[in-house]
Write a protein that binds this ligand. Structure first.
Ligand SMILES: Cc1cc2nc3c(=O)[nH]c(=O)nc-3n(C[C@H](O)[C@H](O)[C@H](O)COP(=O)(O)OP(=O)(O)OC[C@H]3O[C@@H](n4cnc5c(N)ncnc54)[C@H](O)[C@@H]3O)c2cc1C
Length: 334
């Protein structure tokens, strides 16, 4: 067999097409491929109805080649079918590195796929690069609840890495860009007993999705109860953003768990994050490592969040936030 070559990203689907993580994988993958002096490819596993759209979308991300496995069993996300298809795609593509998202789908696929191929996987990577000296993939991943960072080497070939959403810059789409298409004839006849998706419940949400919001106004235990979240919603609306929360606020039942940001919540990559009454525990910070500007409002000047914040206000939220909201409204009406 020829030596493994290049970087392969696993294209992820959403309800509406290609999931945003794919552009982040392409961004990180392109840099890695450049360091290797090799090509960037993508793997699309889908049914024949959806795959042309996905191939076009991933082509606009600048990948050189798309390996396409088409099968009726790949219409939705059925884990065993996707595992079997990807295993065959990877064997044919023979890449040096495989990148997936540390998303719900990626968490399911990555470890099982790597195990099947007898390879190593670096989970939850926030940085990746190529160690030229050791000729190996190197990755940085938060450990101990985000309190520390581990630098790991994945010495197998291919080397698998699951990338944390919002930790890598998405590659912008280039209109009209296309990729070479390589069809992979996959056999899914012997996938054995399969898990069956019996129901999907979609949470109805108004406004911008937390994961996609450029501005996030977030509340913690310091708010003292559910009521103040009304003001946070007002502020988020005035700023065109979304509302998030610390785990303490979710555990207290003040807002539902989909609001939670952090290690066991969502990772966000907003331009502006306003943390109100949040102390800045490492597990919370793990979810905002991709944020560009943190503004902290906290009555304790020693709170850890101030170490991470670009701007900080030491004060009681009940005085600071309504005054800030008023100022934002006045600016908006000018
Ligand atoms: C395995 C594990 C996973 C975890 N995952 C997550 C996670 O995903 N996300 C997460 O957030 N946490 C997570 N946690 C919990 C985390 O360790 C913290 O307990 C939590 O983040 C604290 O939330 P907080 O900052 O809202 O509360 P606190 O730490 O209690 O901080 C409240 C802050 O509010 C300030 N304050 C109080 N009154 C006011 C006022 N009137 N005005 C302004 N400021 C005020 C205080 O000075 C304080 O700094 C996890 C923990 C573990 C062990």
């Amino acid at each position: 067999m020829a030596d493994p070559q290049g970087v392969l990203i696993v294209v992820e689907r959403s309800d509406t097409g290609m999931a945003p993580i794919t552009a982040e994988l392409a961004g990180a993958g392109a840099q890695l491929a450049k360091a290797l002096g090799q090509d960037l490819s993508a793997a699309v596993c889908s049914d024949s109805a959806s795959s042309p759209g996905l191939v076009q979308a991933v082509g606009r991300l600048g990948v050189k080649r798309v390996f396409v496995a088409e099968h009726a069993a790949l219409a939705g996300f059925q884990i065993e079918a996707h595992l079997a298809a990807l295993e065959q795609v990877i064997k044919q593509a023979n890449p040096r590195v495989v990148l997936l998202g540390k998303t719900v789908q990626g968490r399911d696929l990555g470890p099982r796929l790597a195990f099947r191929l007898g390879c190593g996987l670096a989970q939850d990577c926030v940085e990746i690069g190529w160690d030229q000296g050791r000729n190996t993939l190197q990755a940085v991943r938060p450990v101990y609840g985000g309190a520390s960072q581990a630098r790991v080497l994945v010495v197998t070939s291919p080397a698998f890495a699951a990338l944390r959403p919002k930790a890598f810059e998405p590659v912008p789409e280039t209109a009209g860009a296309t990729a070479e298409v390589v069809k992979v004839a996959v056999s899914l006849d012997s996938i054995g007993p399969v898990a069956k998706l019996v129901n999907r419940t979609k949470q109805e949400a108004a406004g911008v999705r937390l994961e996609d919001a450029r501005t996030v106004v977030s509340g913690g235990r310091g708010l003292g109860g559910p009521e103040p979240f009304k003001v946070l919603h007002e502020l988020a609306t005035a700023l065109g953003g979304a509302v998030g929360a610390s785990r303490a606020a979710c555990d207290a039942g003040w807002v539902p768990y989909p609001y939670q940001i952090g290690l066991t919540g969502k990772s966000i990559g907003a331009d502006l994050y306003i943390a109100i009454g949040i102390s800045g525990a490492s597990q919370h910070l793990a979810g905002i490592s991709g944020v560009k500007n943190i503004v902290a409002i906290n009555k304790d000047g020693e709170a850890n969040i101030f170490k991470e914040a670009r701007y900080g206000v030491v004060g009681d939220w009940s005085k600071v936030v309504p005054a800030f909201l008023q100022a934002v409204k006045e600016m908006a009406s000018r």
